[in-house]
Design a protein around this ligand. Structure first.
Ligand code: SME
Length: 152
């Protein structure tokens, strides 16, 4: 399962890499990435980005149901990834203290920091699933590699 999952992310990586050479604009690249991931990966229910701007986390390009526009500071999974400076995988969001439920249908979640060319965290990629325990280490690895394409 792990290998097949990684192979799937590798295919998405190659496809995104090919498509995004058209422009270096991070928003265009994020939008393309969100659309591809959302439609290619199984059980992705909400797929998108939050920008860290002026100390706030505000929503960026995404696919899925309408989400919270701004996330309350230092609360929830996205802020945990920012504050820890690393990806956060949550098997059951109901057990994550402070989890922000933009949709009550989400049950598991992964959040991956996005860094600019200087290595500063400027955004996060957030994926929610209706399935419990949807994300494993291979998802983390696949998504962490993918987001390096945004500010390349
Ligand atoms: N659940 C996230 C909020 C964003 S939505 O899932 C799209 C959080 O706890 O930070």
């Amino acid at each position: 399962m792990e290998d097949r999952n990684l192979a799937r992310y590798e295919r998405v990586y190659k496809q995104v890499a090919g498509l995004i050479s058209a422009t270096s604009h991070p928003i265009t690249r994020m939008a393309t990435m969100a659309a591809l991931l959302h439609h290619k990966m199984k059980d992705y229910f909400w797929t998108g980005f939050y920008f860290l701007e002026g100390g706030d986390l505000i929503v960026g390009p995404y696919q899925g149901p309408v989400a919270c526009l701004k996330l309350k500071k230092d609360v929830g999974v996205c802020w945990a990834a920012i504050n820890r400076g690393e990806s956060v995988v949550v098997g059951n969001v109901n057990e994550f203290p402070g989890h922000i439920a933009c949709s009550s249908l989400s049950n598991s979640e992964i959040v991956v920091p996005v860094k600019d060319k200087m290595g500063q965290i400027v955004a996060v990629l957030d994926v929610d699933s209706r399935a419990f325990n949807r994300f494993e280490d291979s998802d983390r690895q696949g998504l962490e590699k993918l987001v390096t394409l945004i500010y390349q």
